[in-house]
Design a protein around this ligand. Structure first.
Ligand SMILES: *Cc1c(COP(=O)(O)O)cnc(C)c1O
Length: 421
């Protein structure tokens, strides 16, 4: 059933009625010729962030020098609380902004394994993001544990039934992505968390493609642990630090393996033995990246102002619109949807399968439409709800149609896609 008209003028009407349209002007748009469908890989630059970082560098670092640590020291928890309040459904004192997603995965998965003595299995799935699979394999290998890998449908994502069949009395930890990096499939967080708990295991969610695109209710869903990056939908910039979440009542039961001085009680006593501080700060390693964390705080505030409910609503409509255009224009050209069709079962990005996806993606970039290629044969389109208009989706899909119909992609050599998930 078509619910959107496919005329370009109607895309303009959808934009005119969009309550979030005004947020587009809060981002740097130096090249008006670019249509950016990669905000799920590297979000755009909020103007407020550019101002905040300039002030931070000139005044707080340049002027305040080391004295500025008196308030910088609170930023990782303050930015974490902002993420928790605006986007993650986490009460304060449970989210810390520090390190990368990869490092946080290591810290939390090792800690979880240590907290379930006698249980030697970590469960994940083969559709999980590469760094997750590699880190979990490394943790399992180093701890004489087993990594049990669910086989997941690449386009539909992991199901609660898959997880139920994989967990048992030997399972210490289940670790999965909430929104799949390739297909955008959205996992059933409350149900899967319950299944892990019923087996006596802890649950670790990777929220890299969920935070800022779908509402997350960590406290409400009883999640134990979570990690996620901030340079995607949170728009905090390249390599900005990630966050980690540890449910309050678990914090003092867990011991993370990177026993750095920032997690030490009375750190400036410089004492002889490691004694971790209570609370969320025990998940620190070393000195946090102040510039990056300030950018996380700005990004989270901006999304909070837009409202995650409105962002979710627009994300479902943008991707629904994209899929209808693809059905009408691109299916006859050999494209197939490689994401869930039900908007309630996907995040804010969509994959289209095509044998020439890699070269089509390069031809799109030359035409000013920035998207991703994802192995094996997917064109991944991420219309981030805070920065993307319906007219841009129309123009981008029209460009895919022209490039494919006229075989413009033949001008490009077959090659791999760009980095970053
Ligand atoms: C982007 C992404 C990562 C990235 O991890 P880094 O440590 O920031 O490189 C990890 N997991 C998932 C699911 C991702 O989408």
């Amino acid at each position: 059933v078509t619910t959107f008209s496919l005329e370009r003028q109607d895309a303009r009407l959808l934009d005119a009625a969009d309550p979030l349209a005004g947020f587009r002007d809060r981002f740097a748009r130096d090249d008006p010729g670019i249509i950016y469908l990669d905000g799920n890989s590297l979000g755009m630059l909020p103007l407020a962030t550019a101002e905040r970082l300039t002030r931070l560098i000139r005044d707080e670092w340049g002027g305040g020098l080391i004295r500025s640590w008196d308030h910088w020291i609170d930023l990782p928890v303050q930015a974490g609380d902002e993420l928790g309040r605006s986007l993650l459904g986490a009460a304060e004192g449970q989210v810390l902004v520090t390190d990368s997603t990869t490092v946080n995965l290591y810290k939390l998965s090792r800690a979880a394994l240590g907290a379930r003595p006698g249980r030697r299995v970590i469960v994940t799935d083969d559709d999980n993001f590469p760094t997750d699979r590699y880190v979990l394999a490394g943790v399992a290998g180093g701890q004489d544990a087993e990594l049990r890998v669910i086989r997941t449908d690449m386009d539909q994502g992991v199901t609660a039934a898959d997880v139920r069949a994989a967990v048992a009395g030997d399972t210490a930890l289940v670790s999965l992505s909430h929104v799949a990096y390739r297909s955008g499939a959205l996992a059933d967080m409350p149900e899967i968390t319950r299944i892990a708990h019923d087996a006596g295991a802890l649950m670790l969610w990777d929220l890299c493609h969920s935070v800022g695109s779908v509402p997350v209710d960590l406290d409400g869903d009883g999640a134990d642990l979570a990690v996620g990056c901030t340079y995607k939908y949170v728009n905090a910039g390249p390599g900005a630090p990630a966050f980690l979440y540890v449910r309050r009542d678990l914090q003092d039961q867990l011991r993370q393996p990177v026993q750095g001085w920032f997690s030490q009680q009375d750190m400036f006593a410089m004492g002889p033995a490691y004694q971790p501080v209570p609370g969320i700060r025990r998940f620190f390693a070393g000195t946090p990246d102040v510039l990056g964390i300030a950018a996380v705080e700005e990004g989270a505030r901006l999304l909070g102002e837009a409202g995650i409910g409105r962002l979710r609503d627009k994300g479902m409509r943008l991707t629904g619109y994209l899929i209808e255009l693809a059905d009408a224009w691109l299916a006859p050209l050999g494209f197939a949807l490689a994401s869930p069709r039900d908007p309630g079962r996907r995040g804010s990005h969509v994959c289209l399968r095509h044998s020439e996806a890699a070269r089509i993606c390069q031809a799109l970039a030359r035409a000013g439409v920035l998207a991703d290629f994802r192995a094996p044969d997917r064109l991944r389109l991420g219309p981030a709800p805070i920065t993307t208009s319906f007219a841009e989706v129309w123009d981008a899909l029209d460009m895919v149609r022209q490039i494919t119909e006229n075989q413009v992609y033949q001008e490009f050599p077959a090659a791999a896609g760009a980095p970053a998930g």
